[in-house]
Ligand binder design. Sequence first.
Ligand code: AGP
Length: 617
Amino acid sequence: MCGIIGYVGSASAAPILLDGLRRLEYRGYDSSGLAIMNGSEKIETRRKSGRLENLRSLLVEQPVEGDCGISHTRWATHGEPSDVNAHPHSDQSGKLAMVHNGVIENYQVLKDQMEAEGHEFSSQTDSEVLAHLIGRCYEKSTEEDSHQRLVGAIREALSQVSGTYGIVAMHADSPGFLVGARLGSPLVVGLGKGEKFLASDVGAIVAHTTDAIYLQDRDLVCLTEGDFRIENVDGDLSEYEVSTVDFTPEQAEKGSYPHFMLKEIFEQPTSIENAFRGRLVDDQASALLGGLGLTPRELRDVERIVLCGCGTASHAAMVGEYLIEHLARIPTEVEIASEFRYRNPPLDKNTLVFVISQSGETIDTLAAMREGQRKGHRVLGIVNSVGSTIARESDGGSYLHSGPEIGVAATKSFTSQVTVLALLAILLGRMRHLSVDYGQKMLAELRELPAKVDKILLQSEHIRQIALKYVDSPGMLFLGRQFNYPTALEGALKMKEISYIFASGHAAAELKHGIIALVSEEVPSVFIMPKDAVYEKNVSTLEEVKARKGPVIAVTTEGSTQLERIADDVIYIPPVTECLSPILASIPLQLLSYHFAVARGCDVDKPRNLAKSVTVE
Ligand code: AGP
């Protein structure tokens, strides 16, 4: 939530910052701005509400030149999206500029104090209060060295705030000098030759450098074009590691696709393969997840598993629950991370906790992980973003290796999360009762998935035609059972988040317990009903919908032609073992919601009110 990029070097800062903001727009896109220093001890700021294009146009009318600057793309928390609430914010003197990601929880108290002292605020944001607070500390400081004075002021101000922050600040007294700090909101340092970067995400800087340092909470970094220094906010030197970014700038571009979401849907044959590549152990009919860092004995001792995540990741976790209980017979529970962090669930020493997150930065998932660790539990991560906070702070885990996912609607991360959870279930199952034959069958099924996904993707146009048919529908129901109950939840989430219609997912048999009241000629029901143990039950439920004139779109297994007579529209998926069917069945639902939203004129990559990485509570 909110994207930050700062630059110091010898090139013109504005184009670098604008390109970085473009790559960070998925983090928030209600307004943007930049501030640039040109070495003459003067900072110039440009801010504009709306999409980045508005800032770009403003810069054509009012260009700014300079080789050191900071910028921000916003997802509003405090104060509506507007020019004045856009970042960067300034202090009372007008000499400090700062961008902020996070929430300053005690901002009102601080604001009242400073207003009493004569400070005038021009925005409704908590961030401007932090800028003024730093400025106030700076004014009171007797330090003569301007760099040290700025660092000291930031340190002092941060000690007075509660909440979360990822900030980058600069001061007119210190040309060519940037200071960043983080607590709860990500910041990464990019080390270029004769230039340095600070950004919320490596995607913003990978076009310039692949050498990155992922800052830790309470780190404070000082940057000049030729040097950097990382300490913690208390002034002690901090340990860091220089990592190499694991993807190319091209991977973070749309290429020939109209939207990132469509590109990412079509990447799934590869991303699923990447999730299991090198992890299938044929001679043991098992899986290898070395990153878990657990001995066979420790794995054998696991008596209970808790899977924790938000949104799409929680739906993947639900499939994981079915998979682990089915293949390994270990009691498994899914916890919504935002609930888990404030609950006091009983966990014993043989409970293994997993947090699941594409970004590795979701604040609720991160907090759930820390809560589990605080209680002395080993918490493992299933994460996509390499170097993210969850990846670094978890006690081990598995990467998805999906490559960057930029579309706000999660697609390939879902199928990769389920793939990794299937590997986990096979691994745990083979340490218990799961037979060699069954293990081998599962490995073979996993290997066949990419080709089967390719086959589904060939139906994109057919699915688009179905989407067009129902484009005026005010709502949609998604129904599935067993392994595909979570698929139904995920299908509904996709539909509502990018097309803004009411959509809800249900266990199909729940229909009679209330939901059937929503069935009408205007509201289609999407049945996720591969040919599995509950197929016939689903057919009966489908008939109940048809009897009430509800249109039905059925997602089923090739060969189930019977449905062509009862359903209005049928989408086929290749045959697959029941427990892996959510991986295939979710893909037509992604395409359905994508085409539906495009047909309704929605911006699928930047849906209203949303941001990709939810780093505030
Ligand atoms: C799904 O399409 C959403 N973008 C959202 O539910 C997302 O899955 C959730 O915010 C969790 O994100 P994470 O995987 O990065 O933790």
